[in-house]
Design a protein around this ligand. Sequence first.
Ligand code: FES
Ligand code: FES
Length: 240
Amino acid sequence: MCLNLHFFRDISFCQHAGAPAACGFAPGRSADISGSKTEHFRSIALTVNGEEVRETVEARTSLVDFLRDRLGLTGSHVGCEQGACGACTVRLDGVTVRGCLVLAVQCAGSRVETIEGVSDTGEIADLQEAFVRRNALQCGFCTPGMLLAAQELLASREHAGGDVPSRDEIRALLSGSYCRCTGYQAIVDAVEAVARMRLCSPSPSSGRAGVGSFPRQELAARAPTLPSPASGGGKEERTP
Ligand code: FES
Ligand code: FES
């Protein structure tokens, strides 16, 4: 697929003036990727946060755009749109992916989970609470991706019966998500705290503490008023 499909969604920015170029673009119309206009659209069926969804989407629509614009699931954010920042992270068949690098049509028949769904099940309630308690979020733009990445790490450790990840391991795992606010230290503090809680003293409630008791709306409401963590979490470092 021509990479220009990604960067020139608005054809007015395309440099291909005049006759249709090799990439399929021509002024004033969408990219011609499959012949007739009707073939630009596909009917797809998938499961999103446990609910069956059937929609007709343009073939070039990214998964994150589909989730946000068509389904109103705006917890996944759009930042760089090229796979670098992690703001668009969602789970596809149980594995975190960049929602900006996956097309919605590629998800036909799959199971997609967004931060809304994962939050509502209570799966990450302990992580969310730790993020708030340790001031690991400010604007919250990166937070859904951070939480899903952290959950993937911790769940895989729990499943494998592994040890508490080191701070370097946590940093490496979270290095795919950029945060422009917190300085990362507090995020690592929060993930480490939950890792110790889950992996050092496993219990039936491990990973599900406070199920349903910590709605995501509280994150933004509480974060600004919370005291800084004892570690001074916040500003020491700029890279995870
Ligand atoms: S928006 Fe997808 S990785 Fe940045
Ligand atoms: S909390 Fe603002 S980008 Fe991370």
